[in-house]
Design a protein around this ligand. Structure first.
Ligand code: PMP
Length: 389
């Protein structure tokens, strides 16, 4: 039996927030390097961090952090922290029925091919950045011919191909794209259409704006940006695409097996599930994805306006494809980068360094970032330019 995404009493699901109801399953978790984590904690422990601009793990809404703190010792009268409850016990199963998922984002780069193709098949992709490239490489490792029907390499991944400018061969098993490329800060301004199932890596876009789930065969998103904390991935699969996993697909990556097991083929990342549940409630309580979109545009508008009005800061992305979630920017003099980072940290603006592969700066503005956070960033940038420009 395939279990659809089921909602608990009064609890929203991602599908309901996005207005469609499909099937959700989720494989495989990833564990962050403990040493790296501890190093990060040490370097931040004595600072007063006001706003977190990390691309993920990303900020949580302040009220959620308070709520987690309050109910940590005693989740819903059980007398126990939620992540210590048995995942088979009735209390936790109730939570999973509201938020069916587990796993990690990069696993989907393999899970998608393993569930939708056989070795030797052809798939299509539109590459607008690093995450799309990495997914294409993984598909190739799994024996697929990946047809790059559009690839923005010539623009150094600072643009999105014009709508309708590519052709997808109908022999392709699916068309893959990344609605929002987190590293390059490139976002599709339109919804691609496809004659074959459309697969979206919505890791850094989900719930920041409405999304037409019905146009997609598979949508997946890691939870560490707009859905809470790291450790899980939400996967939405069109029912018709189930039952196609290739022979030898590991059970934990098999959408159909995962769905049949209620996303509990193995021990789920219970804390991430719990926080996801809180995040969905929070988004719904804030007015849903339309409200998230309005705020997202406001936040990003503040930062882009400052960049565009300045001769000191620059954003390399084609204005029509600029991301409202991740804003990379450079300073006129790269020698000032470390100064900018040090001063912004002192000012309580955390994690503004660009991805290690591209350098420069990047401000990630997900749902949990208040407008005041974007304003604080803009105020700091203006002041920095005045002093160093
Ligand atoms: N896709 C996108 C668009 C991402 O931004 C990321 C991570 N930032 C990933 C995939 C990889 O996700 P994970 O780290 O959960 O494997």
């Amino acid at each position: 039996m395939v279990r659809p995404w089921r909602m608990g009493q009064g609890h929203p699901s991602i599908s309901s927030l996005l207005f469609f109801s499909l099937v959700m399953v989720g494989p495989v978790g990833r564990v962050a390097g403990r040493a790296r984590l501890l190093a990060g904690v040490r370097s931040w422990q004595n600072r007063h961090v006001t706003y977190n601009f990390s691309s993920g793990p990303a900020a949580l809404p302040a009220e959620l952090v308070n709520r987690i703190q309050e109910e940590l010792p005693d989740w819903h009268g059980t007398g126990m922290p939620v992540m210590t409850l048995s995942h088979r016990g009735p209390d936790f199963v109730a939570l999973m029925e509201q938020d069916i998922m587990q796993g990690g984002g990069m696993g989907q780069f393999a899970a998608v091919p393993l569930n939708l193709t056989l070795p030797g098949d052809e798939v299509a992709t539109v590459v607008t950045g690093r995450w799309g490239l990495t997914a294409a490489e993984e598909a190739e490792r799994l024996g697929l011919t990946v047809r790059r029907v559009a690839d923005q390499a010539a623009d150094r991944y600072t643009s999105v191909p014009a709508e309708g400018s590519w052709t997808v061969p109908t022999s392709a098993r699916y068309l893959y794209y990344v609605p929002n490329e987190t590293i390059g800060g490139v976002e599709f301004p339109y919804q691609p259409v496809s004659p074959v199932p459309l697969v979206a890596d919505a890791s850094s876009q989900i719930l920041s704006q409405p999304m037409d789930l019905a146009a997609h065969g598979v949508v997946f998103a890691g939870t560490q940006k707009n859905l809470g904390v790291a450790g899980a991935v939400v996967v939405i699969v069109e029912r018709e695409l189930l039952g196609r996993a290739r022979p030898g697909c590991p059970s934990i990556l098999d959408y159909t097996r995962g769905a049949k097991a209620g996303s509990m083929l193995n021990t789920p990342t219970t804390f991430a599930v719990y926080v996801l549940d809180l995040m969905l409630d929070w988004v719904a309580g804030q007015g849903g994805v339309e409200a998230m979109r309005t705020r997202s545009l406001e936040r990003a508008g503040l930062v882009y306006s400052l960049i565009d009005a300045s001769g000191f800061y620059a954003n390399p992305v084609d204005p029509s494809a600029r991301s409202t979630k991740n804003i990379p920017f450079t300073l006129a003099d790269p020698a000032l980068d470390p100064v900018f980072l040090a001063e912004s940290e002192q000012a309580g603006l955390a994690f503004l360094g660009g991805h290690r592969s591209v350098g420069g700066m990047r401000a990630s503005l997900y749902n949990a970032m208040p407008l005041a956070g974007a304003q604080a960033l803009v105020d700091f940038m203006r002041d920095f330019e005045r002093r160093h420009g």
